[in-house]
Design a protein around this ligand. Structure first.
Ligand code: ARG
Ligand code: ZN
Length: 867
């Protein structure tokens, strides 16, 4: 019989699920009725499944279950005991074409530390079912291609759980004589079990409405603890904006009379798109100026939009199997990126997204956990909610949109939504719609779904002076990744333009070149002066470009390119070339970078948010990605030296940008956000210059701030150095926000990201702090995740950081395998480091793999990272 450990622990030979093994379900379950008697320690779940044989076969019915025991099984009203548990499935032979199956189980949400299935968070009972959590609630064919309509009845103590929510529309509610009450909800849209949700708790609501373009008045509700109600306005407003945007941009209208969002503090990821009842990590709902940064505000709007957009790209059309995960996630990320771009500066949004891609996805694609956007196999699907599935997946959609152009892309998404509405579809279905409505052949483009690895493109521009012509030679290579060698060239849409080096003027229009062979040459006419090429504008293809452009040409583009992303990119490349040279040689000439940064700061036509992004140096980890062997200390020193020189050389400009006189009362507008962003970057440079008054300046900003962006920016700068003000600010911050978990997360995270030498010791100490707990994923990520991302601290000599991380992962794994497995990848980068570090990292991975009873989540990540 099913028992918790047996299903959670890594089997000796882990079960591998393969895409090629897909077979349609033998039985469908058109209708489900659940009767849930909620109790934190003993919840009774009675399930009534109407099952129908699908096709002609004599397969038994197989129901998934994990962590609970069937107390009773009935077929057509009659108790049976001729079922077996095989490999975690309840197997039941059925004679007819259609039957009613009833089961009953008891589960204990209070003891559920995995936060999958039904669990308790701060006294609220809630569910998380994607990908395979529903089987922890009841026995069911827990796979996304089984679509059912759900009727849910909940009963709970009325005093403790006055609010009872589930998917769809409320149908009826009432009180019982024993102090309990009940509510019934019905969701008319057939859905897979991973979209099931219920919530019971003492919740307050911020209500709003949205009237759809066809006149449906939708009641919106953001449900939180009463104390948090004042911080829900931004999320509600973002939801209304997202609903309008999806109508305008994709023609997608909401389809129920209610849309509820519940925020809980304990959540394994960002949020979940359950039909009509989204459940969120409270960090992506709660905001006010005193506690949330501009980054938080933006992220809240993006995640609220993302989950809302899933109503069509995910719920109305879901995934046939989990290998198709990017069908909903890649497309929905692309959609939320478009939404965010429309709220402010599209260029800055693109820069942020590319920064994120390079920080998370490129390293994944270059490491032991590399996998295609449509994977071929997995041990634990929870490990495949990755930057590759989400963010590279979004880049694939973006490339198809670029190839099709806006009108044909919209026709293609219309066709997709129309044709596959109400079904469980595949990535192939989506691409076929792009081809059909777009009138293009995407045969070779499909390689993006099957080949892992980031393509590298080399570009050389050949100009014969006086000829009026220039030729661009392009060549591509898709690198080997685990299990994949000798790859075929992919289809790369590259937006290009030439500029004249003397006049700074464009030489001809922008061109879209589709590179689909190993190499190609493109000829440009009317080249009347020496040309400089602007490549991969807007980051039109998610590739690495190797070009031989000189520092002078890059500085030229940083000044003259008319594509803001390309302008940013030229500056980044110039900085990167300088920093790589400095890391390898111990020093480099900083003059070109300083001049380009000065010009950018001085250009009054540029918006401040763009300027703030453009003058930021590439991250230490991204510099490391350019080197054959990462030397964390040399990278840190090279970057600090450039920061110091930039700080000194442009001191007056930085001081002007963080001048207290520029402060004005907080407003969440694109313009004010830009001013704040540049202010914090500038403050960082003043501190980097070593100016004696920098700590005082930062502390003054910290104290005078009327918003978290300014306060947290000042704290970050202080925590990056040593001063009396540093300790004072940490102390004031801690006491001011004691009791606010989301802000305390920032307190932990900021310290774990500090570049100071004693960060590893400090982090180990913080893990003993009374406010630290592994039980809350946000807190665990704030300390452990941030430390793993701190290249200098994590890789500090001696390997203490590796051992500490492995210890934390093992401790966390016993509670929450999904969150533990997500924090492992920094240890898997050993191939990129010197033999001493590599050996120590591998030793920790080996220790994890050898630990008895670890989860299959952690086992998969650690064992693949060792290969
Ligand atoms: N579908 C959710 C989203 O909007 C995330 C669910 C994550 N599930 C998991 N098992 N990691 O992206
Ligand atoms: Zn999603």
């Amino acid at each position: 019989m099913a028992d918790t450990r047996a299903t959670a622990a890594a089997p000796a030979t882990p079960v591998v699920t393969r895409r090629s093994d897909y077979a349609p379900p033998a039985w469908q379950v058109p209708q489900v009725a659940l009767d849930v008697a909620l109790d934190p320690l003993a919840t009774r779940v009675r399930a009534r499944l109407e099952v129908v044989r699908s096709g002609a076969h004599d397969e038994p019915l197989r129901l998934d279950g994990a962590g609970q025991v069937p107390l009773a099984v009935r077929v057509d009203g009659i108790a049976v005991d001729d079922w077996r548990i095989v490999g975690g499935q309840l197997v039941l032979a059925l004679p007819g074409e259609a039957h009613v199956i009833e089961t009953e189980v008891e589960i204990a949400p209070d003891r559920n530390t995995q936060l999958m299935g039904l669990y308790a968070s701060g006294g609220i009972l809630c569910t998380q079912c994607e990908a395979e959590g529903f089987r922890r609630i009841t026995w069911f064919p827990d796979r996304p291609d089984v679509l059912s309509t759900y009727r849910v009845r909940m009963t709970a103590d009325k005093a403790r759980f006055p609010v009872l929510l589930a998917n769809g529309d409320p149908v009826a509610a009432g009180d019982n004589a024993d102090g309990t009450h009940w509510a019934e909800w019905h969701d008319p849209y057939p859905k897979p079990s991973y979209l099931f949700a219920l919530v019971a708790g003492n919740l307050a609501v911020n209500r709003g409405t949205f009237t759809t373009r066809s006149g449906r008045v939708v009641d919106l509700g953001i449900w939180v603890r009463a104390a948090d109600l004042a911080r829900t306005g931004h999320a509600l407003h973002a939801l209304q904006l997202a609903m309008a945007w999806d109508e305008r941009v994709y023609g997608r209208e909401y389809d129920l009379d209610v849309f509820n969002i519940v925020a809980v503090d304990d959540f394994n990821f960002g949020a979940m798109e359950n039909k009509g009842l989204n459940i969120f990590n409270s960090r992506y709902i709660l905001a006010d100026p005193d506690t949330a940064t501009d980054w938080d505000y933006d992220a809240i709007a993006a995640v609220v939009a993302h989950e809302y957009f899933h109503n069509w790209s995910g719920n109305r059309i879901t995934c046939r199997d989990w290998f198709q995960l990017s069908l909903k996630e890649g497309f929905t990320v692309y959609r939320d990126q478009g939404f965010s771009a429309d709220q402010g500066s599209a260029a800055v949004k693109r820069i942020e997204d590319v920064r994120g891609l390079r920080a998370a996805q490129f390293p994944e694609d270059a490491g032991p956990l590399a996998h295609p956007v449509r994977p071929e196999s997995y041990i634990e699907i929870g490990n495949f909610y990755t930057a590759t599935i989400y963010n590279k997946g979004a880049e694939l959609i973006r490339m198809m949109a670029t190839i099709l152009g806006p009108e044909r892309f919209r026709a293609a998404t219309d066709l997709y939504f129309d044709r596959f509405d109400g079904t469980a579809a595949t990535c192939e279905d989506f691409v076929a719609c792009m081809e059909e409505a777009g009138g293009v052949d995407l045969t070779r483009f499909r390689l993006w779904y099957s080949q892992a690895g980031t393509p590298r493109v080399s570009a050389t521009l050949d100009h014969q002076p006086g000829s009026g012509r220039a030729t661009l030679h392009l060549a591509q290579k898709v690198p080997d990744t685990p299990g994949q060698t000798h790859k075929q060239p992919q289809v790369l849409p590259l937006r290009l333009r030439l500029f004249g080096a003397e006049t700074g003027r464009p030489l001809g229009d922008e061109r879209l070149v589709i590179l689909s062979d190993t190499a190609a040459s493109i000829t440009f006419e009317t080249v009347t002066e020496r040309p400089v090429v602007s490549l991969n504008r807007g980051f039109s293809a998610p590739v690495v470009i190797d070009s031989d452009r000189s520092a002078a040409d890059l500085a030229f583009l940083a000044r003259h390119d008319d594509d803001p992303f390309a302008r940013y990119e030229a500056m980044q490349q110039l900085m990167l070339d300088t920093l790589v040279a400095a890391t390898v040689e111990g020093e480099a000439d900083h003059a070109a970078v300083i001049a380009a940064v000065a010009d950018t700061l001085d250009d009054p036509t540029l918006d401040r948010a763009f300027v703030a992004e453009a003058v930021l140096l590439p991250a230490e980890s991204f510099i490391g990605d350019q080197l054959s062997t990462v030397d964390p200390e040399a990278i840190f020193q090279a970057r600090e030296a450039l920061r110091r020189d930039l700080g000194r050389a442009l001191d007056a400009r930085w001081r002007a940008a963080c001048d207290p006189a520029l402060r004005r009362p907080f407003a969440y507008t694109p313009e004010d956000k830009g001013i704040r962003r540049l202010r914090n970057v500038a403050l960082g440079y003043v501190a980097a210059s070593g100016a004696a008054d920098a700590p005082a300046l930062a502390y003054a900003q910290f104290e005078a701030a009327d918003n978290m962006t300014d306060r947290h920016g000042a704290l970050t700068t202080l925590v990056g150095g040593r001063s009396a003000q540093r300790d004072a600010a940490l102390d004031v911050f801690y006491h001011r926000y004691a009791g606010n978990a989301l802000v305390l997360d920032k307190w932990f995270q900021t310290q774990a990201l500090s570049p100071l030498e004693d960060t590893p010791a400090l982090v180990a100490e913080l893990a003993q702090h009374p406010d630290f707990t592994l039980a809350n994923p946000n807190r665990a990520r704030a300390l452990i995740g941030a430390f793993g991302a701190n290249q200098r601290a994590f890789h500090a000599d001696g390997g203490d950081g590796y051992r500490w991380l492995a210890d934390q992962l093992l401790a966390l794994d016993a509670l929450n395998p999904q969150t533990a497995a997500k924090l492992l990848p920094p240890l898997g980068r050993w191939r990129r480091f010197d033999p001493v570090r590599a050996d120590r990292m591998r030793a920790e991975l080996a220790r994890i793999v050898a630990t008895p009873d670890i989860s299959k989540d952690l086992f998969e990540q650690a064992s693949k990272s060792l290969e």
